[in-house]
Design a protein around this ligand. Structure first.
Ligand code: 5IU
Length: 273
């Protein structure tokens, strides 16, 4: 899986959201996802429009938008068509199956109706996948399990990470991969390496070219360390792209271009190495 191209992997994948993401990465020559963590709709849409040409995916935290309303989703979807990117709501579900099914389908945000991909903590056990897949699978959605985190002192390590991988392998129709800091196959850490038809995408936050972290426990590595060194597939960048200047869309686009180039060079290095 490490050396196969995104395009080759797209043709083989059984889940439509995974295929869409891999195809988009190949088509746009981008493994950059931008995490747009701002609280006003206007800023959110301006950033998405500025980085849109350079990303394969936009990651949202829809619950932090203060002036949220359904029209925001229409505008996000219009930008997704205009710029050709996948949408990932970083909801981090963590409750019992029945509750997460309701949180995913209903409420103010109706996440399943617009987000191609979402994610969940494995902490409740496999029932969280059953609950979410009852809503997402008929819609062609995909789920990522949080196998590791980028923060200092994370508890998602060792046997917890292994169990996340076991849960994913048992639900390959809906679980398309992991949020993790390294690829989860071929590292000899698990009883069996993945088989040919087990293709889990690894999306990795904690990416920065200019700083090593923030004052709240976040830790950054470079795109090359992540994609070439650790075999991850998608780099997720937030403040490294939009920084403090999120009213300066030219500067934001420039940064997105920079991260995209770094991420893609690391991918080429890995596929031809
Ligand atoms: N995020 C992490 N680390 C993790 C997980 C999620 O940073 O382990 I799971 C989210 C939090 C934020 C984005 O939305 O990814 C990273 O933003 P910055 O690049 O601004 O740190």
């Amino acid at each position: 899986m490490f050396r196969r191209t995104y395009g080759q992997r797209a043709t083989k994948h059984g889940n439509p959201a995974a295929r869409l993401l891999l195809d988009t990465m190949e088509r746009k020559k981008s493994n950059l996802a931008v995490s747009v963590d701002v609280i006003k709709s206007k800023d959110f849409l301006a950033i998405v429009d500025a980085v849109g040409p350079f990303v394969c995916l936009i990651k949202t935290h829809i619950d932090i938008i203060e002036d949220f309303g359904p029209p925001l989703i229409d505008e996000l979807q219009a930008l997704s068509s205009k710029h050709d990117f996948v949408i990932f709501e970083d909801r981090k579900f963590a409750d019992i199956g029945n509750t997460v099914a309701l949180q995913y389908s209903s409420g103010v945000h109706k996440i399943a109706s617009w987000s191609h991909i979402t994610n969940a903590h494995p902490v409740p056990g496999p029932s969280i996948i059953t609950g979410l897949s009852s809503v997402g699978l008929p819609l062609g959605r995909g789920l990522l399990l949080l196998a590791e985190m980028s923060t200092k002192g994370s508890l998602a390590t060792g046997s917890y990470t292994k169990d996340a991988v076991r849960m994913a392998r048992a639900h390959r129709d809906f679980v398309i991969g992991f949020i993790a800091q390294r690829r989860m196959d071929g590292i000899g850490a698990y009883e069996n390496d993945f088989t040919e038809d087990e293709d889990f995408l690894v999306l990795t936050p904690g990416v920065g070219l200019d700083t090593k972290g923030d004052s709240m426990g976040q830790q950054y590595r470079t795109p090359r360390e992540i994609v070439f060194g650790s075999g991850c597939d998608v780099i997720i960048v937030g403040r490294g792209v939009y920084g403090k200047d999120y009213h300066l869309t030219e500067k934001i686009a420039e940064q997105a271009k920079r991260y995209r180039e770094e991420g893609w060079a690391a991918y080429l290095e890995r596929t031809i190495a």
